[in-house]
Design a protein around this ligand. Structure first.
Ligand code: EPZ
Length: 427
């Protein structure tokens, strides 16, 4: 899916002059992975929903286009958005938009709930690994819907959405979100067992609660949802939570350049798995009420890290941590357990001088003195950001192509990094 994103776009590149220490403060944006399902959830709400702290990234633009294509009216002003989905009159999502981002599958649950049917193109494979939808299908079926997959489409319909028990045999962020959105207007009670605990899932549940849903056990593995007849807009404009992955990216950017940083507007709890590991790597971390500070300490010690669902170490930070560990004193081991193809950037890091071995789900990283600038290609959002980090630390100049991937998830990454002392040009 991600591979096709660049079609029809003018390709941009970053030219990065490396080996410059980053120093300063940054404010973090609203979270991409919370904003996307919350925008989709507006399909369920009667009236105008006001959202705040929407990140200005291309994945959000695709989600806006998708809702507009279904008939919603959307106005945006700076980081605020007003969505009125009253005029949506189709449950068929257009392939051209859905194929661009995996998160567009988030509309399946709301469409099924609202129209008692939905026709959504399958998200298909993607550069970070297979993206199955079996758990989404299990959830829809449990709620009384029939589901067929044909001609690349998921087609689902139900006479009535009925509350039921949904047990996920594997933790899935996307399936938990779709199950929740499909269940809030169901008749009767739904129990979701083995629900994902990611802060972005919690934010979606909190948004739905503000709209009148009855959801209990938010942030626990078992959520109980008592169906209500309709949802209303939140009384106040709903503010999206901070992007923990963006925050982690900038912390790691400061670390790899041997610098120091204070990240504001971020709850340190969201990043505890990263912060603990950074402390184990000999780094100095200060947790504030709504901020995190990091100061580089020599040396960066090697780590052994396994990616896990929240509150474990996030797969989205795996490429970024691996990149930092290329400069650690010793050998680190990273195990990726969430996606099956998330080492797609390793060859590019090797071209910059990293010493890395890949074996199935593991990478073995032996630290080197420094990386060297090279022309490299961003393979996806987080791997693209990881290459930016490598280039920031590297001796000489790097050219990163395919940066459209990075723009999918990071708002003005070069502007933020340059404000800390980086030298990045977009051409
Ligand atoms: C979300 O993807 C995020 N995307 C991803 O962020 C993140 O990497 C991922 O969760 C894990 O934290 C959004 O929120 C938009 P999953 P999602 O369903 O929902 C398998 C980024 O860079 N699975 O938890 O697609 C699946 O194949 C991104 O911001 C099934 O087997 O993740 C994967 O291996 C990329 N069957 C694993 O579960 C299913 O029905 C986790 O997927 C669904 C998933």
């Amino acid at each position: 899916m991600q591979k096709k994103f660049k079609q029809g776009k003018k390709l941009a590149k970053f030219i990065i002059r490396g080996a410059k220490k980053l120093k300063g403060e940054l404010k973090i944006n609203g979270a991409k992975n919370a904003a996307l399902p919350i925008i989709a959830a507006c399909l369920l709400v009667k009236g105008e929903v006001q959202l705040k702290r929407i990140p200005d990234i291309s994945d959000v633009k695709v989600m806006i286009n998708l809702l507009e294509a279904l008939g919603a009216k959307i106005e945006t002003f700076q980081d605020e958005m007003i969505i009125n989905a009253a005029s949506v009159n189709t449950a068929k999502a257009p392939y051209e938009l859905v194929k661009k981002i995996h998160a567009s599958f988030d509309i399946a649950g709301p469409l099924l709930s609202r129209f008692k049917e939905a026709q959504v193109p399958l998200p298909g494979g993607c550069v970070i690994g297979g993206r199955a939808v079996n758990l989404h299908i299990d959830a829809f079926r449990a709620l009384g819907a029939s589901v067929v997959l044909e001609h690349g489409l998921l087609k689902t319909r139900a006479k009535k959405i009925k509350g039921n028990k949904i047990y996920f045999k594997k933790i899935s962020v996307g399936a938990t979100k779709n199950a929740l959105m499909a269940a809030v207007l169901a008749s009767g009670t739904t129990i979701i067992e083995n629900a994902a605990l990611e802060p972005e899932v919690v934010d979606l549940a909190n948004f739905l609660k503000q709209c009148g849903s009855k959801i209990y056990g938010i942030g626990t593995p078992e959520m109980k949802i008592e169906g209500v007849p309709e949802l209303h807009p939140p009384i106040e404009s709903y503010k999206i939570i901070s992007d923990r992955i963006e925050a982690g990216t900038y912390l790691l950017a400061a670390l790899i350049t041997r610098g120091e940083i204070k990240i504001n507007s971020i709850d340190p709890k969201f990043l505890e798995a990263l912060l603990k590991n950074l402390e184990a790597a000999n780094q100095k971390i200060e947790r504030g009420d709504d901020s995190i500070s990091l100061k580089f300490q020599n040396p960066i010690l090697p780590l052994e890290v396994t990616t896990m669902p929240y509150p474990g170490f996030p797969t989205d930070l795996q490429p970024l941590l691996t990149t930092v560990l290329t400069l650690a004193k010793g050998t680190s081991i990273i195990e990726e357990t969430i996606f099956d193809a998330r080492f797609n950037y390793i060859d590019e890091l090797r071209r910059m001088g990293a010493n890395i071995l890949v074996k199935n789900k593991h990478v073995l990283i032996t630290g080197v003195e420094s990386l060297t600038g090279a022309p490299v290609e961003a393979p996806d959002i987080r791997a693209g950001a990881a290459l930016v980090l490598a280039a920031l630390s590297a001796q000489g100049e790097s050219e990163i192509s395919n940066i459209e991937f990075i723009d999918r998830g990071y708002e003005q990454i070069e502007k933020k990094l340059n404000s800390l002392g980086a030298e990045i040009r977009r051409i």
